[in-house]
Ligand binder design. Structure first.
Ligand code: NAG
Ligand code: NAG
Ligand code: NAG
Length: 438
């Protein structure tokens, strides 16, 4: 039903023994498989929040009459009544259902992967075909590394594709619709707690820390948002309950650190006291996932000050390079990220594509962009698509706003599996390539 398309995708391969320039034509099988996904829009209004979007792709296999549908039970047949349906007119796209996810408070974290009550299917009209072309459920991803361990264990930190959250600490977890005020519109970049970000698959958390007389806080620029202690409790519980590897990037120190070396010393001591059992000593970014697992520790804290790291390599990792375009339109975001993806990547550290738009100060004052939620809503379907096909093979960290409105987690999982299959050691290379080329 879904013949592999015959032309190859060009990939840049970086693994063991390959120079960054080696280019090879390899087929990436998942790119030719039909795919459907449910994402959760960041848009909030006084009437609704967390509405569901369906995106689909079926490379060159679209047939007139195809449709996608949303269900609140697992669909088994075409005639089953759905909550929403939409006739598909092209190979690839997305549609807004306007149906809310309908979450209820309080939630207890679950560390088992689960469907969250919403299902979607891609159907074909023709009478012959009774099975859906593709199905999915809205799902968590608390154990994706463990679930795919055989595929990812030999990938190094520099080569893995890690999904992550930009300004992870600037989250606002809401359960009922509301009208965001100006502060809320431009301060919150996520709508899930750190625990939920991890449960939904983020493995890179971008932290900006402020020091106040009472405590350390997670900030968005100069606005303080959540107390660091509570967030670290989330990370600790997640690490205790799973076998996942987590990277925290302490990237900026917007309040209380300037000319105050004591603040850094206190913060590092704080990390040691709170997270000591979990902190992995610096081993270099060529370390593989298995080598990390073998140490028994799974938390990497990268600290954006190489001088300080040099004195604390038992607890801290050297800075991660963030590639941030400071752009205001989707077209500019594409242009910027394209130049980054095709440019030279750091050789000794991880690097993060910051895949979000950023407002300028004036734009915030006049509310030109209608808030970070609206900005993420404009770009996140595009971002998913770019990393799904064009850039996934080269991506290292991809940090997004409002992570559940992207498909970046499932995209990263697919690419990590594909990377391993396609980038073996030198000796296996020819055979694998032959089998992939067909
Ligand atoms: C949302 O949940 C409420 C209460 O559980 C229920 O009455 C309502 O029908 C649900 N809405 C949708 C769209 O499922
Ligand atoms: C996690 O486990 C460590 C010991 O392994 C324990 O000290 C700590 O209290 C646990 N934390 C949570 C939040 O469960
Ligand atoms: C973003 O996606 C929309 C469709 O959702 C498309 O029309 C637009 O061209 C895309 N923009 C870029 C810059 O790729």
């Amino acid at each position: 039903m879904w013949p592999f398309r015959a032309f190859p995708v060009v990939l840049f391969l970086f693994e063991s023994g390959w120079s960054a320039k080696s280019v090879s034509s390899v087929k990436v099988p998942f790119l030719y498989e039909p795919h459907i996904e449910i994402t959760v829009s960041p848009i909030v209004t006084p009437d609704t929040l967390r509405i569901l979007d369906i995106s689909w792709r079926c490379e060159d296999n679209w047939v007139e009459g195809d449709w996608v549908a949303l269900y609140n039970v697992e669909p088994t047949e075409k005639s089953q009544p759905s909550k929403f349906s939409h006739v598909v007119k092209e190979d690839e796209g997305w549609v807004r259902t306007y149906i809310p996810e309908n979450r209820t408070f309080p939630e207890t974290p679950s560390f088992k992967k689960q469907c969250l009550g919403w299902y979607a299917a891609y159907w074909r009209q023709s009478d012959m075909i009774t099975l859906p072309v593709a199905t999915t459920c809205l799902t968590t991803n608390p154990t994706w590394m463990e679930d795919n361990w055989e595929s990812i264990k030999s990938i190094s930190l520099r080569n893995i594709f890690l999904p992550g959250t930009h300004d992870a600490g600037a989250y606002q977890l809401a359960y009922s619709p509301f009208e965001p005020n100006r502060f809320q519109k431009y301060v919150y970049a996520q709508d899930e707690s750190i625990m939920e970000q991890l449960i939904h698959g983020a493995r890179y958390l971008d932290f900006r820390i402020g020091r106040y007389p009472s405590a350390f806080w997670l900030n968005h620029d100069i606005a303080r948002v959540h107390i660091l202690e509570y967030v670290l409790e989330d990370v600790k519980l997640f690490l205790n309950k799973t076998k996942e590897i987590v990277v925290i990037d302490v990237h900026a120190f917007p309040v209380g650190f300037k000319n105050r070396p004591d603040s850094h010393a206190e913060l590092i001591q704080y990390f040691r006291t709170k997270m000591g059992d979990h902190l992995l000593a610096f081993m270099g970014y060529d370390t593989t996932m298995q080598q990390i697992m073998d140490t028994g520790k799974r938390l990497i804290i990268a600290y954006n000050d190489a001088g300080i790291v040099a004195k604390n390599t038992m607890f801290l990792w050297y800075p991660i390079s963030q590639k941030w375009g400071d752009v205001k339109s989707v077209a500019d975001l594409y242009k910027y990220l394209e130049s980054i993806m095709h440019g030279r990547h750091p050789r000794s550290t991880m690097w993060s594509a910051m895949a979000e738009m950023t407002p300028d100060a004036w734009g915030v004052i006049v509310d030109k962009y209608k808030g970070l939620r609206t900005m993420a809503d404009l770009s996140n379907h595009n971002v998913t698509e770019w990393f799904y096909d064009e850039w996934g093979g080269q991506a290292n960290i991809v940090a997004v706003d409002f992570i559940r409105s992207t498909g970046i987690v499932s995209t990263a999982i697919k690419w990590n599996k594909a990377k391993t299959a396609m980038v073996p050691t030198r000796s296996r290379r020819t055979t694998i390539f032959r089998s992939l080329k067909r």
